[in-house]
Structures are given as structure tokens and as C-alpha cells.
Write a protein of this length. Sequence first.
Length: 194
Amino acid sequence: MQQHSKRILPIQDIDQRWSLFLDRDGVINHEKHKDYVHTWDEFRFMDGVLEAMPVFNRIFNRIVVVTNQKGVGKGLTKLEDLHTIHANMEKEILHAGGRIDSVYYCADLGDDSPYRKPNPGMGLAAIKQYPDIRPEHAIMVGNTLSDMQFGRNLGVYTVFLPTTRPEVSFDDPLIDAVYPSLLSFAQALEAANL
């Protein structure tokens, strides 16, 4: 097992050279306990997300969503419903002054899938699509240790939001920084980059 050590996120140096990877459930929208968001009607933005996204739009070069969607693989969520969720999510964020450059999802059930987080496949696909994404200038924001491991596997900084996993130790070496919400992270970036 490869050892990982905590790194200091250079928040004051983050600018248009940097890229942002975001998990979806529990970061952008409310996660359904022991279930999946199946339709747009069930999708609820987390508090402050629509205020945070315009800040990210001003600061980051690329903004990419990477999300495991096992519900599709299990046949519980229809693929067309997932596409509708993502299209509407992007539209609402754009209307609020933010943007998402791409949404990558993995519906695979097996942990051995190269695209299923914590494996880095979705991130590598984003880097292939957007060669200006450089791991040393990128951040993964998520609400699980799997998201943090994805960030480490991709070679990017990690930001943990304890929105759904308050029991996770903030001292975990996979976590570089902790913020209570996506909005608080955006506000910290904005304050550091005035």
C-alpha cells in the first residue's frame, strides 16, 4: 500500500492556471441516504452551491464534475434521467453565473473499473480532453475518503467537505484541507485572491 502524506494547499496561489474537480452527490447536491438521486425532481442543490459556482468560474481554468453513479449500473436510475439531471444542473449553475466544463460519470459496479473512483480514470479522461489541466495545479473537492483517494491517485490536491461523513478524521493523510461547505471553500479562495 502506497503511503500518502498531507500537503499544504497553496490557496493564495490558486489562479486561472488551476483546475477544479468536483464530486456531485454530497458536494453539489444533497445525497440521498442509502439511495440514489433518480430524477431531476429529486435533485436538490446543497446550500450555497449556486453562490459558490460563480466564484469558481472567475478563479479556475477548468471545472469538471466526476461522479460515481452506481444506480445506473444497477438499473435503478435510467441513463436518460441521469443525462437530464446533469443538463439541468449545468443549466442552473450557468444561470447563476457559474459553469461546468464537463461531467464525467461512472456507472460501473465493480471496484476494479479504472473509471470508478477512487481509481483515476475519469480524471485522466478529463486531462486527455483538456490538456491544460495539470495535476500539480488541480484540486479535488469531495465528501468521502474515496474522493480523496481519487485525488491522490490523480496527483491533485484534495479538499474534504464533511457534509455527509462527519465521522471522518480531518487528520487523514488523504485530506489536504477541510471546509464545511462548497461555499465556504469558495469564500476562502475569494478572500485569499483579492
